[in-house]
Design a protein around this ligand. Structure first.
Ligand code: UDP
Length: 486
């Protein structure tokens, strides 16, 4: 009999990485695998919450805390959550501080001898630690195939080439299955000049190439050309196992996914009173913040549109002033302070459109719910995701200021009229703008559900991955027993 697989899951301590990693751990537990989540001590509250929720639903996941050795560069709160980061340089410090966990990780690998470790892309040193101990490492990027292919094309052709562009120049992303081009302003600076951040990204790529492969929160039918490109043209190994949020069907747990939302029942009751496809949901994920001026314009835009809205404000509440009372008095909108039950909101029949920063999880969740998007990317790979939504899948329209960066105050403010126009284009456009997008979004929703159903593309992919890991685990056990006998 094949030995039971035991997988270590090591997410980056950020909501957008923890949430899908816990979903992945749960899906493996559902297939009979023993799962252990790793995190820096002290216990990160979000991870603790997710693990407790999983246990309440009968899915046991172990939590293993790695003690962080004292270091001059790593303040204790750093590895816990990057919500305070406001620049690539700060992000880099945060990622580097995590490397202090290498020794505790190696100890844990030696002691527990897991069959495999699935670790976040921003923890490239975990690949070296796993290799030293002969344990397969799979990388989890947290993003999809399309952005990975764009990144690869830009890296190969442009990064460090010292090509100079003007802000409004088009930068062609060559060699992809579709013609893709981006404005220079939508790209990170390393597209022109090699810098510390691009050096770190190169390290991530090397660690991926030296790993056993990648697991990706996506499904074949959503990005088929890019899954093939990633495998056949880039020559990398990957398993598409998503949408990972769809493996989890418990309503209460979904509502609390990633954070307790005690108000979720009243939000859903409010949505129940609205016609189908009539409400706009606004959320910029767990890390992005707008300036006071931009929040004000967004408020004007939402109020000027003829549609109801739910606006999740995460950390920018101080800029709201009296807007909340005014909005709620009229019954037109709901303002959710703090964590919103995003998956439950997106899956409500009243949902008509999603104004999103295009974080990968949000994109996949919207696709899985069949909700067209109004795209407002800010940084990271979000502009690539926007291209996928608007140009390749054609399930969204764009509205953001079109400037890559973590410092919102340096970007032009998008006026309320432009926001209301984008909402109208998607919600009242009629013809191709509205019907075509809504129809394509509904088709993708069905395909997402089919992918995770028994015999679906993601379902079978997990079978294949488990089979491959079982073979390598059997070999590892045999060689350990052999060396003990000999
Ligand atoms: N999320 C949520 N409620 C919120 C904000 C975010 O449930 O108020 C969830 C969202 O559903 C997604 C994750 O947090 O699963 C955010 O990940 P994403 O990749 O979209 O963006 P990030 O926060 O990493 O920028």
């Amino acid at each position: 009999m094949a030995p039971q697989l035991h997988i270590f899951f090591f997410p980056l301590m950020a909501a957008g990485h923890i949430i899908p990693m816990v979903d992945i751990a749960r899906l493996f537990v559902g297939r009979g695998v023993k799962a252990t989540l790793l995190a820096p001590a002290p216990k990160p509250p979000l991870l603790d919450h997710c693990v407790k929720k999983a246990r309440d639903l009968g899915q046991h996941i172990d939590l293993l805390l790695l003690p962080l050795p004292p270091s001059p560069t790593a303040s204790p709160e750093r590895p816990e959550s990057p919500t305070f980061l406001t620049s690539p340089a700060m992000s880099l410090d945060f990622f580097r501080a995590l490397e202090h966990l290498r020794e505790p990780l190696e100890r844990a690998l030696r002691e527990h001898r897991p069959s495999c470790i699935i670790s976040d892309m921003f923890l490239p040193w975990t690949a070296d630690a796993a290799r030293r101990l002969g344990i397969p490492r799979l990388v989890f990027h947290g993003v999809g195939f399309f952005p990975l292919c764009v990144l690869d094309s830009l890296d190969r052709r442009l990064t460090g080439s010292n090509t100079r562009f003007g802000d409004s120049d088009d930068v062609v992303v060559a060699g992809l299955p579709h013609p893709v081009s981006m404005k220079r302003s939508q790209l990170h600076d390393s597209v022109e000049t090699r810098n510390d951040f691009s050096a770190f990204m190169e390290r991530i790529t090397e660690s991926e190439i030296g790993s056993h492969g990648a697991v990706v929160n996506s499904f074949y039918e959503m990005e088929a050309d890019y899954v093939d490109h990633y495998r056949d043209v880039m020559g990398r190994k990957a398993w598409h196992i998503g949408p990972v949020s769809l493996w989890n069907r418990d309503a209460d747990e979904l509502a609390e996914r990633g954070g307790a939302s005690d108000n979720y029942k009243s939000i859903l009751t409010w949505l129940d009173s609205k016609p189908s496809n009539s409400v706009v949901y606004v959320c910029f994920g767990s890390l992005c913040h707008l300036t006071a001026a931009q929040l004000q314009q967004l408020g004007f835009g939402l109020e000027a549109s003829t549609h109801g809205f739910i606006w999740a404000i995460n950390g920018d509440e101080q800029h709201l002033g009296r807007r909340q009372e005014k909005v709620e008095e009229r019954g037109k909108g709901l303002i959710v302070r703090g964590w919103a039950p995003q998956r439950s909101i997106l899956n409500h029949r009243a949902m008509g459109a999603f104004i999103t920063h295009c974080g990968w999880n949000s994109v996949v969740e919207a696709v899985s719910a069949g909700v067209p998007m109004i795209t407002w990317p800010m940084f990271a790979e979000q502009f690539y995701n926007e291209k996928l939504i608007v140009q390749v899948l054609r399930v969204g329209v764009s509205v953001g200021p079109g400037v890559w960066g973590m410092e919102e105050e340096k970007k032009p403010v998008v006026g309320g009229a432009a926001i209301a126009a984008a909402v109208a284009q998607l919600m009242d456009g009629g013809g191709e703008a509205e019907d075509g997008m809504r129809k394509r979004a509904a088709e993708l929703k069905q395909k997402a559900r089919d992918a995770v159903g028994v015999g679906g593309s993601s379902y079978l992919e997990i079978d294949r991955l488990i089979q491959e890991l079982s073979v390598s685990e059997t070999d590892a056990v045999d060689s350990r027993t052999g060396s003990q006998c000999g």
